[in-house]
Design a protein around this ligand. Structure first.
Ligand code: AKB
Length: 332
């Protein structure tokens, strides 16, 4: 159980929760959190912590050697909306960064987790029940980097025996850290603004239905995949994983069962086209069959738990404050 672990993108939405889960499981000293940003004073409990830009292969290699790392959870990435605004950075972080991780993993015989996304699918993929091996025709640059990244993972596993494992994550809903520039961010922002302002302007249409998952389920999926026996991992590109699918207006209605005065209006922007190109419901039966994936949280459970946690923080904790309506928030 004493694996030495390095987490990239540890200050991001998933990294913030995953690092805690890994520390609980493997011991605080075993988990080296890294991010492009220096540690802030309020994060002193996150040591050991190192600044790392994943496009810097030499620095990555130094840290792997210095801490005798055995497993990398490679979460640093530029999400779909930011990717359209900063295409060069999106390519560098998502492709060059992943290649660096896979190269170092090959040299040092490391195990790797890397998140892919439902964004690998596109307008010609089936929208309902998207199968594991459906056609991938991503229309966003982010989706293109994820589709290429999946091929890089499979190639590294087949050609060099790298033990790399991956999930095609849906939109992730959580309360610890904000997502940073994704298309599914509306499903998180809505909670903050419902509690803080009683209203939200949603950047996708009310009927926009996307696959979503609550953070505790996402963490459980990542840990289960990484613990599974290597022989059970039949898919080395990336597994479809699903939990719930709902439309923006269904999320509004569920929040209104707790906050009856909450109102939402709609002002779709460029993220609508990205959302429209993604599946509404994906089929994850291969993950359920190969390594026993199952989710726990449905929409009512997600909404109830989010509101309990966020109402404790909002107003009293700046970290939980998304600082008012913003077109695109967060960072890599
Ligand atoms: C995004 O919206 O870009 C991400 C994703 C679904 O990959 N949350």
């Amino acid at each position: 159980m004493n694996e030495r672990i390095l987490v990239t993108g540890a200050k991001g939405q998933i990294g913030s929760d995953l690092a805690i889960a890994l520390r609980d499981r493997y011991g605080a000293k075993q988990v080296i959190e890294t991010s492009r940003r220096p540690l802030s004073a309020s994060d002193a409990n996150r040591l050991p912590y190192e600044v790392l830009d994943v496009t810097d292969k030499r620095r990555l290699q130094e840290l792997v050697e210095q801490y005798r790392i055995e497993t990398i959870y490679h979460l640093a990435g530029v999400l779909s909306a930011k990717g359209e605004q900063y295409p060069d950075r999106c390519w560098q972080v998502n492709i060059d960064g992943l290649r660096n991780v896979l190269e170092v993993a090959k040299t040092h015989r490391l195990k790797v987790f890397w998140p892919s996304s439902i964004a690998v699918f596109g307008p010609h993929s089936p929208k309902m029940g998207t199968p594991q091996f459906a056609i991938e025709d991503p229309s966003s640059l982010y989706g293109i980097t994820k589709a290429a990244g999946e091929m890089l993972c499979r190639y590294s596993a087949d050609r060099f025996g790298v033990d790399v494992r991956s999930l095609r994550l849906p939109g992730i809903i959580s309360h610890r850290a904000l997502p940073g520039g994704g298309t599914t961010d509306f499903a998180v922002e809505m909670f903050y603004d419902a509690l803080k302002y009683g209203s939200y302007t949603c950047f996708v249409r009310p009927d926009t239905r996307l696959p979503m998952m609550y953070m505790p389920d996402a963490i459980a999926a990542i840990l289960a995949l990484m613990q599974a026996n290597s022989t059970a991992i039949a898919v080395r590109s990336s597994y479809n994983v699903a939990a719930v699918s709902f439309s923006a207006v269904e999320l509004v209605a569920e929040i209104q069962t707790h906050l009856p005065h909450f109102t939402c209006d709609y002002a779709p922007d460029f993220r609508q086209a990205i959302a429209d190109s993604w599946p509404s419901v994906i089929d994850d039966s291969q993950a359920r069959q190969d390594w026993g994936w199952q989710h726990c949280y449905d929409l009512p459970a997600i909404v109830a738990d989010m509101l309990v946690h966020l109402s404790q923080h909002i107003g009293s904790n700046g970290a939980a404050d998304r600082a008012g309506p913003q077109p695109i928030s967060g960072g890599v």
